[in-house]
Design a protein. Structure first.
Length: 67
């Protein structure tokens, strides 16, 4: 399960980086494509924020005492 989460996270981060690079550096001739990139970037930021909140909430659930 952890491998699946890690893989998804890496893919998500790479997609976000690609979208950011396209938005900042690449020539995108179609304004609709530019809008899609912005929409996807916002969506990824929101999903990442939600995921981080969930991960923060569940971190304590997996902790245990070594006593």
């Amino acid at each position: 399960m952890d491998i699946v989460i890690l893989t998804y996270t890496l893919l998500e981060e790479n997609a976000y980086r690609i979208a950011t690079l396209l938005e900042q550096n690449a020539y995108v001739p179609n304004p609709r494509e530019q809008e899609c990139i912005r929409e996807n970037k916002k969506k990824w930021e929101e999903e990442s924020r939600k995921k981080e909140e969930r991960m923060g909430d569940t971190q304590h659930d997996h902790s245990y005492s070594t006593k």
